[in-house]
Design a protein around this ligand. Sequence first.
Ligand code: SF4
Ligand code: SF4
Length: 413
Amino acid sequence: MKTNLISDILSAHDTEQANRILRSCVHCGFCNATCPTYQIRGDELDGPRGRIYLIKQMLEGETPSRKTQLHLDRCLTCRNCESTCPSGVEYSHLLNIGRSVINEKVSRSLFQRLLHFSLRKLFLSKHLFSLLLGSGQLVRPLMPTSIKRSIPAKQKKLPFEKKSHRKKILLIAGCVQSDLQPNIDIAAKLVFDKLNIECVEPASAGCCGSLSHHLNAEEEAIHIIKTNIDHWWPSIKSRTVEAICMTASGCGVAIKEYEQLLADDKDYADKARTISALYKDPAEIVAQLLNNDKQTTTKLLSRQQDNKPVNKNIAFHPPCTLQHGMQLKNVIEPILEACGYTVQNFTDKHLCCGSAGTYSITQRKLSQQLLSNKLNNIEKAEPDVIVTANIGCQLHLQSGTETPVKHWLELLL
Ligand code: SF4
Ligand code: SF4
């Protein structure tokens, strides 16, 4: 694709990146076939190829409108188009650049500004979030089923006694997961302990930065990311930990992007590159051990499972951040099968469930349509449990079904 970008819209680095990405697109449209928003709306401008064109026109000097902004807002950032593209177009990188420009050029409605502001304040304030969640959990039993399913019941925390191991990883808790489903991270600690790996936690935990990034508060996102790097750096500098991990793939992929977001920052670029390279999804670590020595790893993982039924039928929903963002496909299913579960296949496993960070709130109609399609496909497989690898997908799926939805690590206890 030929380009003629205006040089004073972006920094030199972003202009170079945008030019490179735009020129790699050959306009074939294969990506539209796997784009969830194109499939639902059937509008070229709600597919990746159309969005790429809108960004190109804007960077070439055309004035963007609120309609342009809406087409970019409707993108789930699921990156399914990147998995499909034969030319390796880095769509999400271009979208990040496009969104940062359009949000400077086009003002949002008062309603949108208030909504984005409230979401950031709610999710970034641990006290406020805990208070509201606790109140919701108190009145949950009195609520109709549809609302009840959207408020996770209070979990009784699993017992965990920390043991020391030579091999250590840095386990980052993130912002709200420890309130919503504390047993996910406890399950991670228990599973890694079985595998003789110790989870070290940083002194302070908070958001990975993706919430502010997705709600167009760029400066706030960069501040959060730099604060995280400062908190994590001592463990990395002293080489105490071999990897950085999070149990939410949505946050994990955000850490993988630190390198890209701070590429221009003279103080943080090197640290961000090191951190992104050190990040591993828990599945990568478990799968590696399983590949190295299947017999011993399966035995270690099964240590406390002796009296539990393991031949349960499960359906694994791979979050987009795992299968498209980190390109980790068919990694968790073999682990679960090795531990005795029967993993059922279902139609359109590659498509987004509609959760996508705050998308389920900001683009509710599209999100609900995707949720309904996803659950219809999953439920045809009649699973006892639906399993996933990201808290956002887990709660979103649970809001639409009576079938229990769990994190895969909880099945290895
Ligand atoms: S992004 Fe890839 S698949 Fe889509 S039109 Fe461009 S080259 Fe084709
Ligand atoms: S990221 Fe997902 S929703 Fe956005 S254009 Fe690509 S496939 Fe479509």
